[in-house]
Design a protein. Structure first.
Length: 213
């Protein structure tokens, strides 16, 4: 599995904690994890060795046209994608990517506690999540939501200020896309998230889906 963390805009200080957590989870579950901010890894030959690629809080324009084509071919070959937090704040001029990740970032209020609720417990990314799940994070609003998303977790906007989606605020989802599999969670802004057992289980469940386990 490849963890990709290139940023061309805001750089989250939680990225190193996220890399470490995913490497620890990979070791625990027998999955080799490599991490890079080098977009040169996005060639057909180099990508072919990975069962899934994680975009860990990437921001803005991180791949050139040839790299984008290589990644599209990779997903079409039946491989997986995991987007974490700012992965939706990435590649605004690449419509295919919008479809893959499932939405684009559309602002957030201040970091604050809120309540997450499980919408679908049948997925490995949600089966162990407590509901209600009260935690502190940076709560994203979205635009350009894909119509085919299977929403796993929602955000209860009555428990915090600054939400724009009303009664149905998706915060984690998955779907089949262009021959491959895609999972996204908006959680994971804070360094503390990656030491949180419930979040680590949620994240690994999404990775399991992406790699086809």
């Amino acid at each position: 599995m490849l963890v990709f963390y290139k940023t061309a805009g805001f750089q989250h200080t939680s990225i190193p904690a996220g890399i470490q957590a995913i490497k620890e989870l990979g070791l625990e579950h027998g999955v080799q994890v490599e991490a890079t901010a080098d977009a040169g890894r996005f060639t057909p030959d180099k990508l072919s060795g990975y069962r899934a690629v994680v975009f860990l809080s990437t921001t803005l324009d991180v791949l050139d046209a040839n790299q984008q084509t290589a990644f599209e071919q990779y997903i079409r070959s039946g491989r997986g994608f995991v987007g974490v937090h700012a992965a939706t704040d990435t590649e605004y001029d690449w419509p295919w990517y919008n479809g893959l990740v499932g939405a684009y970032f559309n602002g957030h209020p201040a970091i604050q506690p809120a309540t997450v609720r499980v919408a679908d417990r049948s997925h490995p990314a949600s089966t162990t999540v407590p509901s209600p799940w009260q935690r502190t994070d940076e709560w994203y609003n979205f635009r350009s939501l894909a119509p085919d998303l299977h929403v796993l977790l929602t955000l209860d906007e009555t428990t915090y200020t600054g939400g724009t989606h009303g009664a149905n605020h998706p915060i984690a989802w998955y779907h089949s896309y262009d021959g491959g599999r895609a999972f996204y969670t908006a959680l994971g802004h804070t360094e503390e998230s990656y030491a949180e057992p419930a979040f680590r289980q949620h994240l690994w469940g999404g990775i399991q889906y992406a790699i086809g386990q």
